[in-house]
Structures are given as C-alpha cells and as structure tokens.
Design a protein around this ligand. Structure first.
Ligand code: FMN
Length: 189
C-alpha cells in the first residue's frame, strides 16, 4: 500500500480545482494499492509567508510537514496564474524541508491556452531542489470553462482518463522503488 498526498493547489475554494480534484480522486480511488491524503490548499491552514531558516516552524508548517513525511509520493493539481503556479502552493512547498526528499511527484494541470503546462515546468525546477523526482507524463486540461459535464466527466472524451492511468502507473513505480530504497538505505538530502 502506498500513501499519496494529493495537493489541490487552487487558491479558490470551489474553483475549477475542486472539480478536477473530484475527477482525479475518482480515477485514483480505483487503484487498490493507493491510500490518498487530500490537501486542498484553499482550506488548509498555511504558514506565514516567511519560511524559517532555523527549523523553528509554526504549527501550520509542522502539520504540513507531518503529512508530507507520511506520504510515499505526491500528485499536485495546479492551475496556471500569470504563467506560473499559485502563491499558496509555493508557501506550502517552502514550509516543508527534508520530508519531501526521495519521493516522486506527478502533475495534473489546467488553465487557458497552455493547460497549465508552464506552471508544471516551473514546479519541476522547484521540486528538483527538494530532491523530488518529477514524472515525465502529465495530465493537462486546456480552456477550463468547458472542461467537464454535469457528471464531472471530461468533455474532451476519454483522453484524460488514459493520461491519468499512465501517470499513476509511473507514480506507483517510482513510489514503490523509492520507498524500498529509503528503507534499505536512508536518503540524506
Ligand atoms: C489572475 C489570473 C491569471 C491567469 N493566468 C493564466 C495564465 O497565465 N495562463 C493560463 O493558461 N490561464 C490563466 N488563467 C486562467 C486560470 O488558469 C483558470 O481560470 C483556472 O481555471 C483557474 O483555476 P481555479 O478556478 O482553480 O482558481 C488566469 C486566471 C486568473 C484569474
């Protein structure tokens, strides 16, 4: 059994991220080998915008760090705002330190024309600094207003369902392999 933290990075409660999150959780929930911890950042207490350099963290950061430490891998569901990912996601990432290390992250992105892919490219750089392996395969949704029907199915056919299957297969491979690696030899970031 793998523990996966699903980070829904929309800063808006009830925004498109909530719908995409619901769709993703239905897909991932079909995998018997995954236990999901859903972190919707619009409802999660976040630390102040000044990360501690001394390790002297507040209770919001400590709570986030405990959930990241418990995870074997991550899925970040992110919109694109002005060619980047939202500020609340950077706040959450910076609040946690070594707990991220030697684990994989997969991305589900969405936005206008770019489908959030520019946000994902920036996140790859940020996660590399934290010793997180980013998966090549992503799932992206373009032109968010027309993405889902009344039953939360993607209107663009089953392409997204196929893409998320590939991404989850890769996530499970990396999460399993890195979990075994961490158990065999502790990783020192
Ligand atoms: C201030 C702002 C900036 C945006 N910038 C971009 C952008 O650079 N690229 C893009 O593809 N979409 C952009 N969008 C569209 C959002 O990605 C889209 O509306 C998305 O659904 C917002 O996610 P949310 O509903 O979960 O908050 C922007 C939206 C806003 C409000």
């Amino acid at each position: 059994m793998l523990d996966i933290a699903v980070i829904i990075a929309s800063p808006r409660e009830g925004g498109v991220g909530t719908t995409i999150g619901r769709w993703f959780l239905t897909q991932a929930g079909r995998r018997a080998d995954l236990r999901l911890d859903v972190m919707e950042l619009s409802r999660t207490p976040l630390p102040p915008a000044q990360p501690s350099l001394t390790g002297d963290t507040g209770q919001e950061a400590a709570a986030l760090a405990a959930r990241i430490a418990a995870a074997d891998g991550f899925v970040v569901i992110t919109p694109e705002y002005n060619h980047a990912y939202p500020a609340c996601l950077k706040l959450a990432i910076d609040a946690v330190r070594h707990e991220w290390a030697a684990k994989p992250v997969g991305f589900v992105s969405y936005g206008g024309r770019s489908g959030g892919l520019r946000a994902v490219e920036q996140l790859r750089l940020v996660f590399a600094e934290l010793h997180v392996v980013s998966l090549r395969e992503t799932v992206s949704f373009h032109h968010t207003p027309v993405l889902f029907d009344a039953e939360d199915r993607p209107t663009g056919g089953d392409g997204a369902d196929g893409a998320v299957k590939i991404m989850l297969d890769q996530l499970i491979w990396w999460a399993t392999t890195l979990k075994q690696g961490r158990q065999a030899r502790p990783y020192t970031p």
